[in-house]
Design a protein around this ligand. Structure first.
Ligand SMILES: Cc1ncc(COP(=O)(O)O)c(C=O)c1O
Length: 381
């Protein structure tokens, strides 16, 4: 059994302290580091650091958002019923099994809060998305990392990491920052081998960009399961990252538990109406997927041709790119070089990947500028 014993050096008599002291573990959490949005000396940099949608968002969503300006004085519907109904209809899901959050990040946070108490743990891949772990630690839980050989989730490694205090397994499929994915047969094998008391969270934030027929976001499996939660976001495909809307499809008991602790008005009025409009704009969704489909292989090939290691194949709207470790060609130097050309990408050292950068697939001009810059960077003496 894994016991969480506090480091004696950090044990503080909180009652006797002369100032408020956060509860144990809080100050050990590394705050989430967002993708860079600015660089000195460049008025309008190209932001390829946060996997946002380079097409912007659906015109219909923007219209709905603008219209919502007339309703800013009213609280939003706490149950987000218009979004609930739209998602239930689109994916043929039971409305009462849906939960909504200020981004899917909040859904992860709520699940961690519902299931973890000190001494419990959650399991994720070693390169798993940072927001999973922040919420787990904030809830007093431990984060256990399973090896990802070849930058890919390995079901046997996940299962070997699970112990009797594991309450949740988080699996982003496809993963961020790796961009890799595992087929549905592997997800099913993981689910079958997990104890029924462990919640399997399948984060499909990038699922819409995974086009291989062997991929599934797991909604079908979740329908008949008592321990799977599938999450999705409006931030990527729909280009509504700035509005913060995410959702989860959970067994009814889990949805009801989340409802008890969720802040009542967590999805704002403009976010709700824009999300509904975005969901209805299939042209925009198709265009977003087509853009990634067109440029993902091109960028992969160009960067590979420049002598870089592209992790993959990527099933997302970004690539994870490996750099040499020799001075002059490192990931950190490449990041600075790209920034000097106004191209902002994501360093992923905090994910234990100091020799990699994550680059969002952009518009044609962005992709060409990125490829050209990296060819120049690698060619320079
Ligand atoms: C794997 C993964 N899951 C979830 C999210 C969070 O999305 P949201 O904007 O809905 O909080 C992201 C955002 O980058 C992500 O990379």
């Amino acid at each position: 059994m894994s016991e969480v014993s506090p480091d004696p050096a950090t044990v503080v008599d909180r009652a006797a302290a002369e100032r408020p002291i956060p509860k144990p573990g809080i100050l050990d959490i590394h705050a989430y580091v967002p993708g860079k949005a600015k660089v000195e000396g460049v008025a309008e940099p190209v932001k390829l650091s946060a996997n946002e949608n380079p097409l912007g968002s659906s015109p219909k969503a923007r219209e709905a958002y603008a219209e919502a300006a007339r309703q800013l004085h009213v609280y939003p519907d706490p149950r987000a019923n218009i979004v609930r109904a739209a998602i239930a209809e689109r994916f043929r899901l039971e409305p009462e099994r849906l939960v909504f959050g200020c981004g899917s990040d909040e859904v992860f946070q709520l699940l961690n809060q519902v299931f973890l108490e000190p001494g419990d743990n959650m399991v994720q891949g070693e390169f798993g998305f940072a927001a999973f772990g922040i919420g787990a630690k904030a809830a007093g839980g431990e984060v256990k990392l399973a090896k990802e050989p070849g930058y890919r989730i390995d079901v046997d490694e996940l299962l070997a990491t699970v112990d009797e205090r594991t309450r949740l397994v988080f699996l982003a499929n496809p993963g961020n920052p790796t961009g890799t994915w595992i087929p549905f047969s592997e997800v099913r094998r993981l689910h079958e081998a997990l104890p029924a008391s462990v919640v399997l969270v399948l984060d499909g934030a990038y699922g819409e960009f995974a086009l291989d027929p062997q991929f599934s976001d797991g909604l079908e499996l979740a329908r008949t399961s008592s321990n799977i939660v599938v999450t999705h976001t409006f931030s990527k495909l729909h280009g509504l990252a700035g509005l913060r809307v995410g959702w989860g499809y959970a067994p009814v008991e889990i949805a009801a538990a989340v409802e008890r602790i969720r802040l009542p008005f967590n999805v704002s009025v403009p976010a709700q109406v824009a999300a509904v409009a975005a969901l209805g704009d299939e042209d925009f969704q198709r265009a977003s997927i087509a853009l990634v489909e067109q440029w993902r292989p091109w960028l992969t090939q160009q960067l590979g041709g420049a002598g870089l290691e592209v992790v993959g194949p990527s099933a997302t709207n970004f690539l994870l790119v490996g750099f040499p470790t020799r001075p002059g060609k490192t990931a950190a130097e490449a990041e600075a070089f790209l920034a000097s050309r106004g191209l902002l990408v994501r360093g992923v050292g905090l994910y234990g990947l100091p020799n990699h950068l994550r680059v969002t697939i952009g518009l044609e001009a962005h992709n060409r500028a990125l490829a050209e810059a990296l060819v120049d960077f690698m060619r320079a003496p």
